[in-house]
Design a protein around this ligand. Structure first.
Ligand code: ACM
Ligand code: ZN
Length: 610
């Protein structure tokens, strides 16, 4: 019996150790841990039978140099089998059926990665990166992994108009999308507050529309506005560079050129594009918008030169972006100016349109004809459904998921991005402890809880569900560190809801794996949001609370302060449950080993005002 218990406990230890050594996000479809480890050592051969895999051999070599410190990487010309310490990359459409799938076997002597396509090999390599431990010992646990994505559309949008980011930073962002097996980068390039893409035929888009004479920096649109000139744009050469870089990581870049709303910057450069030569809102000359929100100044639907302008713009855009899709926005376009505009009213009469919603639909249809004639597909935010939806348009559901459901029932393709779950500009915890963000609340757990398939979707409807996408609007996101703070680790949750099988979703397990992921982020100098410690309270008879704090930062300590405003590096380290009496306030924060500090949380929480 004793022996039995000994074996049981040994097995248990083995399982626990194995669990702690493998930590992959997004979690693969099948992951079996095997006995033993592959030790990369100092010398490694990377062998690929197919010449098309040459860039991926390079990628794998870089990966082992950077993550495992391997000094000597060989690439034997002839694909010899049976080498010691070798990584085999193989295209094999028998072993792997899915275009983006892969099978990965790590044994004590070799690593074999098979896929139907180079893209699948690329995703297998992303998983392999995560199998290499972050600490000193670079032994890779033996595993058998079979993996493929749940959805074809796994994306992120970022708004480059409210704030500019360097090309280099955008490339690092693309690296991270790829690392998370995301494959769509939706690039929001035109807005009320700035036009960011060079269009050679319209130079005033560069000299006028790309700059604003001030920026709203706080929540108050009247008071919190500076008068510092701000702006810039990406040259066509830079755009090509970003698109090519993304393509090398199997990411499609989808440009968004907004119409008919969110177009004040273009209208300022070319006022004839609006219904009035002066602003409908202010009665003053048009001006690139300094404050956030929705403007009533939109493109005129009754003026043919607007369509000529937009077609010229899209002609240049389509030459820059090989993407199958062009996103035309279509959201938040108030029709007040159209109601008062003789040209718009005349258009409605001529086209037999009953109201301005139908005029908007007509506007989108006209542009869609142009886009389709160039062999591209149109995506629009869900407002393109108002006034009638065309059969080919892809609907981007953001106000919720109902429009997505409805569009899928009409046979239109759908991408889910409800702001309630997938807007990464929202708060990650209660606003009192976080830097300024937009008013919605989208903490990590909420992102993780999102299910892209609406429960009322039939299997047939679900064929039109392309996938899901998170959006980062940058009104209050001015700096690169804050950008990363808002994106990570929510991007991990996004990866798991779009790539992993639904049955594999498990938040507690995800949180555990995340702790290792955060250490990887430290190595990459990513300014992720450090999870605040988790607090549990029990109360005794005189209302004294016994507080337990749990560190979720993956390393370091929790520090606390009682009845003091700040928790600092000098504050005591939490070691055992704390007794907090009635009237006392406890503040606490995580101090991981990266030298940073989480947001400071507090107890007791103030009762919410009704
Ligand atoms: C949006 O958030 N206005 C699409
Ligand atoms: Zn008009």
């Amino acid at each position: 019996m004793k022996i039995f218990f000994l074996i049981c406990s040994l097995l248990f230890t083995l399982v626990i150790n194995a669990q702690s050594s493998v930590s992959v996000i997004p979690i693969p479809k099948v992951l079996e841990e095997k006995e033993g480890h592959f030790k990369p050592g100092n010398k490694l051969s990377i062998v690929a039978g197919d010449a098309t895999l040459a860039p991926l051999v390079q990628h794998a070599g870089q990966l082992f140099t950077e993550a495992a410190g391997v000094k000597n990487i060989e690439q034997p010309r002839s694909p010899k089998q049976g080498l010691k310490n070798a990584v085999y990359l193989q295209l094999d459409s028998q072993a792997v059926k899915h275009e983006e799938g892969y099978v990965l076997d790590v044994t004590k002597t070799s690593i074999t990665l098979k896929a139907k396509t180079p893209r699948g090999i690329f995703y297998g390599l992303q998983t392999l990166t995560q199998l290499i431990p972050v600490d000193k010992d670079k032994s890779i646990p033996a595993v058998h992994i079979e993996d493929e994505p749940r959805f074809a559309w796994r994306g992120m949008m970022f708004d480059n108009c409210r704030h500019m980011f360097s090309v280099d930073f955008i490339k690092r962002f693309i690296d991270q999308l790829a690392y998370h097996k995301l494959n769509k980068f939706h690039w929001h390039l035109t807005e009320d507050q700035g036009w960011r893409i060079e269009i050679k035929k319209y130079p005033r888009l560069q000299t006028v529309a790309a700059y604003r004479n001030g920026t709203q920096y706080g929540p108050n649109r009247q008071k919190d506005v500076d008068s510092i000139r701000y702006g810039g744009y990406y040259t066509q050469e830079q755009i090509r560079e970003v698109v090519a870089y993304a393509a090398s990581k199997y990411i499609e870049v989808i440009p968004e050129i907004e119409m008919p709303g969110h177009s004040v910057a273009a209208i300022t450069a070319y006022p004839h594009l609006a219904c009035n030569p002066v602003s409908f809102e202010t009665g003053k000359p048009h001006e690139v918008r300094k404050v956030w929100g929705v403007s009533k100044d939109i493109y005129c639907a009754g003026n043919d030169t607007v369509f000529a302008f937009l077609q010229d713009v899209l002609t240049e855009v389509m030459q820059l972006f090989p993407s199958r899709y062009i996103h035309i926005g279509g959201d938040e376009a108030p029709h007040d100016a159209w109601k008062k505009c003789p040209k718009c009213q005349q258009r409605m009469k001529e086209e037999g349109l009953k109201n301005e919603a139908e005029l908007q639909s007509w506007f989108i249809r006209r542009m869609e004809g142009f886009i389709n004639a160039h062999n591209k597909k149109l995506i629009g935010w869900e407002e393109i459904m108002q006034g009638g939806l065309t059969p080919n348009a892809t609907v981007h559901s953001w106000l919720g998921t109902k429009s997505g459901l409805q569009a899928s029932k009409m046979g239109n393709d759908v991408i889910m991005s409800p702001y309630s779950h997938l807007y990464f500009d929202g708060y990650q915890a209660e606003p009192a402890i976080e830097p300024l963000a937009i008013g919605y609340y989208t903490p990590l757990e909420t992102v993780y809880s999102f299910e892209p398939r609406h429960p009322d979707m039939s299997d047939k409807d679900a064929e039109h569900l392309l996938g899901a996408q998170a959006n980062l609007w940058t009104e209050f996101i001015r700096t690169e560190p804050y950008f990363q703070y808002m994106v990570f680790p929510r991007m991990d949750a996004l990866a798991e809801i779009t790539w992993s099988p639904k049955e594999k979703k498990d938040y507690a397990d995800f949180e555990k794996r995340l702790q290792t992921q955060l250490k990887r982020y430290d190595k990459l100098n990513i300014n992720y949001r450090i999870p605040v410690p988790v607090l549990t309270a029990t109360y005794d008879a005189d209302s004294t609370a016994t507080i337990t704090l749990q560190n979720r930062a993956g390393s370091g300590v929790v520090r606390y302060a009682i009845n003091e405003e700040k928790v600092t590096e000098a504050s005591p380290v939490y070691k055992a449950p704390l007794a907090i009496k009635k009237g006392q306030t406890l503040r606490f924060a995580a101090f991981p080993s990266n030298g940073r500090q989480s947001s400071t949380d507090y107890f007791p929480k103030k009762p919410r005002r009704k």
